[in-house]
Design a protein around this ligand. Structure first.
Ligand SMILES: [Zn+2]
Length: 282
């Protein structure tokens, strides 16, 4: 059994404020961010250990937050492999590339609710600066949903999603078969009532065990085809830059719509729209 684990930072126990998940020369303090890196490794290690206990032969971890160079390799369970560096395929790097082989299931750790959630902790979808909502076939998709669509195209079901209760509510609708581990209660964008890191690790380990015990019940997220991807951006200029992508059309002042022939293409077109909007510089 091969297990893929994508680890984000906003949905970890003990994390509630944006200043805990990034740093900059004139921005948040590096000390808070470095503590979050340790919390990230702690929850990842809980999932890794549970996967091996459940019979995994190989566990691959993708660092899926911000620069994607947050996890310190030396902090991770030495049995796991780590995907670290600049990633064309972002939060699902390591799936579907030549030589990656097949995975039996994916786990999403430290994830968060989608852009616009009324209470979700640091709720956003790929970009806080540019994206207001992403829909696939008219249904809002958070990062877990978009990533599940891509890994689903490659035959990999999502077994577990860990984060706050706001995320759990969204996952129940998008990926009802996935185990949901709630490590904190979302009280607002930068406010949470959190489990201790130790309790969160325990819950994640138990969740992974439960999920991998019922692999046969997991399903693939496969959109009806052709899939219609629509992104509402923050500013019309974002939509103008994104609409340069061949096949994309401006569906509203701030919105761009594009069709895709399968889940892989839908994810890639979303990612391209997101990156082209960022090129506006706004
Ligand atoms: Zn993140």
């Amino acid at each position: 059994m091969r297990i893929y684990i994508s680890v984000d930072m906003e949905g970890l126990a003990g994390v509630a404020h944006p200043h805990q998940v990034t740093f900059g020369p004139n921005g948040p303090d590096r000390a808070d961010y470095d503590r979050s890196r340790a919390l990230m490794a702690g929850e990842a290690n809980a999932a890794i250990a549970a996967a091996f206990d459940a019979g995994a032969d190989e566990v691959v971890v993708n660092d899926s937050h911000w620069s994607m160079r947050n996890l310190r390799a030396e902090d991770l369970d030495p049995r796991a492999r780590l995907i670290v560096g600049d990633k064309p395929l972002s939060m699902t790097q390591g799936i579907g590339e030549a030589g990656d082989g097949a995975f039996d299931a994916a786990c999403f750790i430290g994830y968060h609710a989608g852009a616009g959630h009324p209470t979700g902790v640091i709720a956003h979808t790929y970009s806080s600066a540019t994206i207001m909502e992403v829909r696939v076939n008219g249904v809002p998709h958070n990062e877990a949903g978009l990533n599940a669509m891509r890994v689903g195209h490659h035959g990999v079901p999502v077994a577990l999603v860990a984060g706050d209760d706001a995320l759990a509510g969204e996952v129940e609708l998008l990926l009802p078969w996935a185990e949901r581990v709630v490590v904190k209660r979302a009280l607002g964008y930068s406010l949470a009532e959190s489990l201790s890191p130790e309790a969160a690790r325990q819950a994640i380990g138990e969740g992974v065990q439960r999920a991998l015990d019922r692999l046969d019940e997991l399903r693939l997220l496969e959109p009806a085809l052709p899939a219609v991807v629509e992104v509402d951006f923050r500013f019309p200029a974002h939509a103008a830059f994104a609409a340069v992508l061949p096949g994309a059309e401006r569906s509203g002042p701030r919105s761009v719509r594009i069709e895709a022939e399968d889940g892989e293409a839908a994810f890639r077109r979303f990612l391209a729209l997101h990156r082209m909007a960022a090129a506006s510089g706004l």
